[in-house]
Design a protein around this ligand. Structure first.
Ligand SMILES: [Zn+2]
Length: 124
């Protein structure tokens, strides 16, 4: 299912959207010192990862979407498992998820944004 050449492959494997060979991010996930830092360009195909200044500001729209999806899923899961939960329980669970999933969602939004504007090119 996860074939090379698909956008999902680049997103989940954190690879360059164009060649899908080299890493997109400088460090592993949850390395807080280098969180979300990306290479200037691909070290394999030389594609620039920053199309223009402020290119990744747009990733906040993706991040917003991911955040809302996470809140709704946590809310529904909590509601289905413990229908009698108080508002405090919901807020606590969402806050905990935000702290632990925040770095992951931040990087995910960046690579999804990059994949919206860069496409895989088969090597000739
Ligand atoms: Zn590349």
């Amino acid at each position: 299912m996860l074939k090379k050449g698909t956008k999902l492959y680049s997103i989940l494997k954190r690879k360059c959207p164009v060649c899908q060979e080299a890493d997109f991010f400088i460090s592993k996930p949850y390395n807080l010192k280098n969180l979300g830092k990306i290479h200037d360009s691909c070290c394999n195909c030389n594609e620039s990862f920053s199309k223009e200044p402020g290119f990744y500001y747009g990733a906040m729209y993706v991040s917003y979407g991911l955040g809302v999806a996470m809140f709704v899923s946590i809310f529904l899961l909590t509601y289905l498992i413990y229908p009698d939960s108080s508002a405090f329980t919901y807020i606590t669970l969402i806050a905990i998820a935000m702290v632990f999933l925040g770095p992951f969602l931040y990087e995910l939004s960046k690579i999804i944004w990059a994949n919206m504007f860069m496409s895989f090119k088969q090597k000739k």
